[in-house]
Write a protein that binds this ligand. Sequence first.
Ligand SMILES: C[S@@+](CC[C@H](N)C(=O)[O-])C[C@H]1O[C@@H](n2cnc3c(N)ncnc32)[C@H](O)[C@@H]1O
Length: 137
Amino acid sequence: MAGVKPGDVVYDLGSGDGRIIVTAAKEFGARSVGIEVNPLWVWWTRLRIGVLGLRDHVEVIRGNFFREHLGEADVVTLYLLQGTNDRLRRKLEKELKPGARVVTHVYTFKGWRPLTVDNESEIYLYKIGDHRDPAYR
Ligand SMILES: C[S@@+](CC[C@H](N)C(=O)[O-])C[C@H]1O[C@@H](n2cnc3c(N)ncnc32)[C@H](O)[C@@H]1O
């Protein structure tokens, strides 16, 4: 949905078991970064990255994504909670470059207008620079 292509940098905020960052590298040729607070998931993801031989393409940072700078991302993916998306909104607007794509599952961004919606899977695609909903105050 985000049109990820080789050379893109994909960040998954709260990368869980690492499936998104692994898929971004393996199937779409991206360099990918996961940020995950749960050490068990970080351990599991690093194991997976090693077994799949993806160490040059995928990394997972153990920590809080609110404390990491996101400016190099071409694509950011999220499957969090509504309250977390609300708190992330300004950080994404401040740090992401124009044209960066934000893909979120289930929970949206208030005041933003998605470019594309997959209603069946509840996936929303936004593009920074073209993301504000003029109807929202
Ligand atoms: C629903 S899972 C999504 C996993 C993965 N992104 C996916 O779509 O398969 C949300 C993950 O976000 C992590 N998380 C929540 N808040 C976080 C934070 N502030 N910093 C880093 N990770 C966080 C949780 O530990 C959990 O693994």
